[in-house]
Ligand binder design. Structure first.
Ligand code: DX5
Ligand code: ZN
Length: 220
């Protein structure tokens, strides 16, 4: 049904049971998940605080999936080296938090990590016209960042389609990741609109059988 058959699924650790982090990581390892999405918040850029680098360091030895790190912090450029040293595969910084985005993206790529730029729901994709050629991925927020379990913002489907058009028009192979309120129904529509990677927090970890839920999201 979906146009993109090779989409990736990135469960978000934010919705996991932190009291049993080892079991949750092992569950992700044994699943069909492609990446593990890690939400780092500072209580300034977003009105919440999640977890920080010590948690990434703790899970690192047992995690078998690439880390997709989503920094919801002011001045994300300060943490590039730290995130790289933690072994992250991909570092996402918010457009809204980056005055010198080109410099930040270049610095991320110099470490060997993939670079992603993240847009809040209100931030237009037209602002990417002069930077998209430099980034490996665009992360579209389909909820206002800061919390898991929020309601999907419908406009995100159309926004995904317009971003896909921009990428195609420019002849690029930039990935589109969508984050927030993903479930089987929104996932289907996002994939049809051109999403390549879907983040899913509550829908995966709060489901009766997270492995099966990941499998079903992969099978869309
Ligand atoms: C929100 C985070 C998301 C969150 C998604 O600020 O960026 O990654 O974990 O959670 P769900 O899938 O529950 O909306
Ligand atoms: Zn996220």
């Amino acid at each position: 049904m979906a146009m993109n058959t090779k989409h990736k699924i990135a469960p978000s650790l934010l919705a996991a049971d932190f009291l049993h982090l080892q079991q949750e990581i092992e569950r992700v390892n044994n699943s069909e998940a492609d990446w593990l999405h890690l939400d780092i918040m500072d209580g300034v850029f977003v009105p919440n605080i999640s977890f920080g680098f010590p948690i990434l360091d703790a899970i690192r030895p047992i995690l078998k999936k690439p880390m997709d790190v989503h920094l919801m912090v002011v001045e994300p450029q300060k943490f590039i080296r730290e995130v790289a040293e933690l072994g992250a595969y991909l570092m996402n910084v918010h457009y809204e938090a980056s005055a010198h985005l080109h410099r930040t993206i270049s610095a991320i790529k110099e470490t060997g990590m993939k670079a992603g730029v993240t847009l809040n729901p209100h931030t237009p994709i037209s602002l990417l016209e002069d930077i998209i050629q430099e980034v490996d991925m665009v992360l579209l927020m389909s909820v206002n960042p800061g919390f898991g379990g929020q309601r999907f913002i419908e406009h995100s489907v159309e926004k995904t389609a317009r971003l896909k058009d921009m990428i195609t028009r420019k002849g690029l192979n930039t990935l589109i990741e969508v984050d927030g309120g993903v479930n089987m129904e929104t996932a289907k529509r996002l994939l049809t609109a051109g999403a390549d990677v879907l983040v899913a927090g509550n829908f995966v970890f709060k489901s009766p059988n997270p492995l099966q839920t990941i499998k079903e999201l992969k099978a869309l």
